[in-house]
Design a protein around this ligand. Sequence first.
Ligand SMILES: NC(=O)c1ccc[n+]([C@@H]2O[C@H](COP(=O)([O-])OP(=O)(O)OC[C@H]3O[C@@H](n4cnc5c(N)ncnc54)[C@H](O)[C@@H]3O)[C@@H](O)[C@H]2O)c1
Length: 399
Amino acid sequence: MAKVNAEENMNVFATATKAETAVDASKKIRIGIIGTGWIAESHVYSMLKQPDVEIVAGCDLIPGKAKAFFEKETDLTDVKTDYASHKEMLADKSLNLDAVCICTYNCQHAPCAIDALNAGLHVLLEKPMCVTTEEAIEIMRAEKKSGKVLSIGFQPRFDENMQMIKKIVQSGVLGKIYYIQTGGGRRRGIPTPFGTTFIEKETGGLGALGDIGCYSLDCVLNAIGYPKPLTVSGYKSDFFGKDPNYCNYVRLGHPEYAEKFGVDDFAAAFVRLEGGIILDFRIAWAMNLDTPGDSIIMGTKGSLRIPSTDCWNGSFDKPLKIYSEVAGNQVCTEVPLIEAKPGSPTLWDKKMRSFLDACKNGTPSPVPSSQILYNQAILDGISKSSELGREIEIDLPEI
Ligand SMILES: NC(=O)c1ccc[n+]([C@@H]2O[C@H](COP(=O)([O-])OP(=O)(O)OC[C@H]3O[C@@H](n4cnc5c(N)ncnc54)[C@H](O)[C@@H]3O)[C@@H](O)[C@H]2O)c1
């Protein structure tokens, strides 16, 4: 038996804050980019920092867009881009693709993800997972059949402060969770600086719900273990989006965007989750209010207040607060904010790395569809409940 050297053992604690595993760069992962719009830039820049990635192809439905994208954004000169659609790129066996990043607008998430999985590729799929619950189920069926990694693009999950929320819940200090409130939004923030793909029904499918609501839901649902949603009573509106005098349309010189607007700019819901937990939710792309409220997680022993913020950016700028009772005193404990260390990987780099590691090592998806299915079912449930004007039940099959 090896002799234990106590000093060496103690030194392990002195230095080992976190085991960094060296990346094996000898085996490159060959990646194709589907959709070369705005967010594809972030994927490409972050992927290019990884030593074991080769971006070999890209495609866009708009002729010439993928070629122009790689010429403008990168030094990559040998990326193949002469494809009329993602199907053509996936069919090009000469590429020897291992994985794709799906960076299309929401309504194309499901067809692209299903086709890529059916082609035997790993998939990093941008958020929201898709538009409808039915699409999410079909994606998961293709994922199961393929045995490949499917991860959904929720980079806020990699923020240490966000992770602290989950650690606090898991520590048991809040007791049994029975009520959560989440959401957020912007006063004037309908995203149209790069065109109308976010606001048209045929491309965005969902508005504030899919764009930023999915993040708010993930923040709290991931923390409490993603209980299954059972019923949803939802509301959505489009008062700002449908207004040709909406300030940002006027500023951009595009009052006609109001006619194109076919999604929600505000949504609210009351959702029953498994385990007797209630979710109270609201999200806004535009509102006459600073914030629709902090996120809170209420438990029988304590409650956590997560300061209202741009949680879709993966950050908040004020400390978390835990309210509880100690020896008969009602107390409030502030959890100090964790400052990112200079030079540490960005949330995007962590999102990419976690996906690549899962592809290479056969480990579970870092942001699994089994969880995000519930996120999607709530978003879609809110939309459908609002259209029906009544509460609906969420019925999800075994996949
Ligand atoms: N994770 C994040 O922080 C973050 C931030 C912004 C956007 N997003 C998500 O990224 C996605 C894209 O957003 P964007 O702002 O880049 O949109 P965009 O409209 O700028 O770009 C999407 C591109 O995909 C192309 N496309 C659509 N279907 C295609 C297909 N089948 N094959 C090939 N190309 C196709 C479009 O022509 C377009 O050029 C959205 O789902 C959005 O929610 C994520």
